[in-house]
Design a protein around this ligand. Structure first.
Ligand SMILES: Cc1cc2nc3c(=O)[nH]c(=O)nc-3n(C[C@H](O)[C@H](O)[C@H](O)COP(=O)(O)O)c2cc1C
Length: 192
């Protein structure tokens, strides 16, 4: 897939089928994170994939999806939960955190996934302490930055022009596709 098409076409997916992601693709997603840019090439981040169903089941209640739709319509049921997640961790012996590098790595992973038909949701609304404990990582001198939920899509989502009201909240259209309002090119960019 063309890089620009991947960047523009990727949308957050929050409901997944139970089709497993091939191990080889998980490896490529992790490698894309490993090779992402980091300030002064510090490489403080670690990327741990969780594919074990019992672990995923334990982590799931500690993640919160689709906060703009409190009726739960944009949240996966347990049957629609991700089939893999990647924990974005920071090695505290190198740096306490690295938001910028985490962003670059997250996008690399989501685009690699998308180019192979795998959906993703970058997750910040997570119970970090609980997830580290579930994964037996609480004593590893690692902080949990965010995580990426992954799986084959069981929903559709598209970018739509933002309404005049400027409301950025996503919503479901009549066709059942999630509509994600995006500000216009004119509003957010300039060529000087
Ligand atoms: C740092 C960050 C944290 C996010 N955390 C969550 C989250 O906890 N739960 C969730 O459902 N979506 C989360 N998202 C996804 C955003 O809601 C999503 O990117 C946004 O609505 C735009 O949709 P799009 O990714 O399809 O363009 C997060 C996105 C980012 C960048």
């Amino acid at each position: 897939m063309d890089t620009y098409a991947a960047v523009c076409g990727r949308r957050t997916i929050r409901k997944f089928t139970d089709r497993p992601i091939p191990r080889e693709l998980i490896g490529r997603i992790l490698n894309a994170a490993r090779l992402s840019p980091s300030g002064i090439n510090r490489q403080a981040l670690r990327f741990y994939a969780v594919v074990s169903k019992p672990l995923l089941d334990k982590i799931f209640p500690h993640t919160r999806y689709g906060g703009y739709l409190p009726d739960g319509s944009c949240s996966p049921t347990p049957a629609e939960a991700p089939t893999a997640i990647v924990l974005i961790l920071c090695d505290r012996s190198i740096a306490p955190s690295d938001d910028v590098a985490a962003g670059a790595a997250a996008q690399s992973m989501m685009l690699t996934a998308y180019s192979e038909g795998v959906g993703s949701c970058w997750m910040g609304a997570i119970d970090r302490e609980e997830i580290l404990r579930i994964c037996s990582l609480e004593n590893e001198n690692l902080s949990l930055h965010t995580l990426i939920s992954l799986g084959y899509p069981a929903m559709e989502s598209r970018a739509v022009p933002i309404e005049q009201s400027g409301d950025v909240k996503y919503y479901f259209g009549k066709d059942g596709v999630l509509q994600v309002p995006k500000r216009s090119l004119e509003d957010v960019t300039k060529i000087l």
